[in-house]
Write a protein of this length. Sequence first.
Length: 95
Amino acid sequence: MGAEPLLAERLALDEKSFVELVVWRLARPVQGCTHDLKYRLAYVVEGVCVVRYDNETGKGDHRHLGGREVPYRFQSLEEMQVDFWLGVSRWEKSK
């Protein structure tokens, strides 16, 4: 069984920024993860990704905030989406 797409959205927030939400269910977890999801939630402003939650082989779950990459403790898809939108809101408020 291959990857099953669960979410694929691109939302324009204004003329300079957008959010892209992509999630797949995999047959088995990505190396470094305990769940069966592969994901990328990204907030891009003027062509620069400023907030991103993703998981990649060997790195596991993590997030990018500005230029920093930090581990992320994945609990559920729903909680991660809430955390992501909070990160977007915080970035907007910091401008």
